[in-house]
Design a protein around this ligand. Structure first.
Ligand code: ADP
Ligand code: ZN
Length: 526
């Protein structure tokens, strides 16, 4: 690279100190840099905020030639370029939203070999003209950022990334470094395969983020649960993830009505609205971003103090990335996941209906099931989360909700049998509300209309509260003993799992739901 500091800008450590002002490499950065300096390929997996950028920026500045960075988002490119220019690096991005004279300037620098780093989208990189141009100049390194986008199994698949397989042929003998914050082994294998970097050195950082205090709770009154969390972080920045666009609008409005500085963010906004929302979020003022997962890549506000999920993500990878947007400054931050049996059943249902190829559906379904286990776990949640990425925590984290308030479990076999029988005896066509009425012996219209007060099991759950029975039903859904179907969210048995329970061949340990325990206490003998 040409660097204003003179050609052959020096050693990686020298550039790190002189250009970026850092005294030392962090974690695996040094190994990644050394590998690329030596002309080898690498795959770097580091959590968000781990310092991936320097892994390619330093070699780009130390090796002769221009560093090429493939990046999926314009906002992401612009941020990086601005930061690099600030420290005197000649960086540029070529994308569709560029002013023509700016593009001309970058192109001129590129052709003259004056550009240190060039950011491009995969589609632009692989257009014929661009490849021709690049094959005529010297390249120091090719970095593929957000490399998980290449994986069709991943949660952020971008078909354009597939085309990057052509790189070794089109731009041979340039070291390639792929970087991502998504660590699951399947995606890892996919990246190596799709980018054709079989000899890449795998650099896998720990994904443990000790400053994140994670918690999950069954969904009750979601707005109240949300407000309780936001209250703890008044005057700070929070992100609230919702499962649909409409819901982000609705929740943002409810918050604004209560004087919270909330903005909705989703893919349906115009580019102008998006920009305005992002600008406000980045400005540093307190703001509650109510968003779909469209809000994600490239936001690097360091002081997000809480992340709340009002709907369950469909994979631990997605969940990890989203909560990872909290506390990038290393300060204590809180995350809360709200989950409900219906969400879980609905997610499973969508998967079953999906037109995706069988193999892909299988992987997606494994991810979903891991996510459900994570939500329902009674053990250390941090440990369970890291386990999804093949990382074993030595000890319990000590600060997740389950570590701080250990969850009591009880033998729920009999309760489970009562629920399963009630569902079976009423024809597997009613939702949770009705099943609870039957169990508790309530004289509702529906109970009378269907003569369910004539059933032998009518009222066999009288001694427990509604909340208790809802919790049992939810946990049976989570474990796959029940499924929810049809437009009325009817409950039905999943024979394979339910039958052994009904026959007394399998016992069921259930978590004592804090909310259920409370309402038990409040309603003795109800
Ligand atoms: P990632 O791309 O992995 O999310 P970044 O490359 O954006 O992470 O780096 C995250 C933050 O850490 C940035 O503010 C960066 O300047 C800082 N950082 C990276 N490496 C070092 C280092 N060796 N010493 C000090 N700060 C660093
Ligand atoms: Zn823990």
């Amino acid at each position: 690279a040409s660097l204003a500091f003179g050609a052959a800008a020096g050693t990686p450590e020298g550039v790190l100190a002189r250009v970026f002002g850092y005294p030392a490499f962090r974690g695996l950065q040094k190994r990644a840099v050394d590998r690329v300096m030596a002309g080898g390929d690498a795959l770097v997996l580091m959590p968000t905020g781990g310092g991936k950028s320097l892994c390619y920026q330093i070699p780009a500045l130390c090796r002769p030639g221009t560093g090429l960075v493939v990046s999926p988002l314009i906002a992401l490119m612009d941020d990086q370029v601005a930061a690099l220019r600030q420290v005197g690096v000649n960086a540029g991005a070529l994308h569709s939203e560029l002013e023509p004279d700016e593009a001309a300037r970058i192109n001129a620098d590129l052709n003259a070999g004056r550009l240190d780093l060039l950011y491009v989208s995969p589609e632009r990189l692989l257009s014929g003209a661009m490849l021709d141009r690049l094959s005529r100049i010297e390249l120091s390194v090719i970095a593929i950022d957000e490399a998980h986008c290449v994986s069709a199994w991943g949660h952020e698949f971008r078909p354009e990334y597939r085309l990057l397989a052509q790189l070794p042929e089109r731009l041979p003998s340039v070291p390639r470094i792929a970087l991502t914050a998504t660590a699951d082994p399947r995606t890892r294998a996919d990246i190596i395969d799709a980018l054709a970097i079989p000899d890449a050195e795998l650099l896998l950082a720990s994904f443990h983020r000790p400053n994140l205090h994670i918690a999950a709770r069954p969904k009750g009154s979601e707005l109240n649960q949300l407000l309780e969390m936001l209250q703890r972080h008044r005057g700070e920045a929070s992100i609230v993830y919702c499962g649909s666009r409409a819901k982000t609008e609705r929740i943002a409005k409810s918050l604004r009505d209560r004087d919270w500085p909330a903005i909705a963010f989703h893919a349906g906004l115009s580019p102008l609205e998006k920009r305005a929302a992002l600008l406000r979020f980045r400005s540093g003022e307190p703001v509650v971003m109510v968003a779909t997962i469209a809000f994600g890549m490239g936001i690097d506000r360091p002081d997000v103090r809480s992340v709340v999920h009002l709907d369950m993500p469909d994979s631990p990878e997605g969940y990890y990335q989203q909560i990872g947007r909290a506390g990038r400054d290393g300060e204590r931050s809180d995350t809360l996941l709200l989950f409900g049996g219906e969400d879980m059943a609905r997610a499973r249902h969508w998967l079953e209906q999906s037109q995706a190829p069988e193999a892909q559906k299988r992987v997606m379904s494994q991810r979903l099931e891991s996510m459900i286990v994570l939500a329902e776990t009674t053990g250390c949640r941090t440990r369970a989360l890291l386990q999804c990425f093949g990382e074993t925590l030595e000890r319990d984290c000590g600060h997740c909700d389950n570590c701080r308030f250990p969850v009591a479990t009880f033998d729920g076999t009999v309760a489970a049998q009562k629920v399963l029988s009630a569902i079976y005896r009423t024809g597997q066509m009613f939702g949770a509300l009705h099943i609870v009425s039957v169990l508790r012996g309530k004289q509702t219209d529906a109970v009378k209309r269907h003569n369910h007060d004539q059933l032998k099991l009518y009222g066999i759950g009288r001694e427990k509260s509604d909340t208790f029975w809802r919790s049992v039903i939810r946990q049976l859904v989570a474990r796959g003993a029940l499924r929810i179907h049809g437009e009325y969210s009817s409950l039905a048995l999943h024979e394979e799992v339910a039958r052994p329970i009904l026959r007394g061949e399998a016992s069921v340990m259930l978590a004592e739901d804090a909310a259920a325990a409370l309402s038990e206490a409040a309603a003795p003998g109800a």
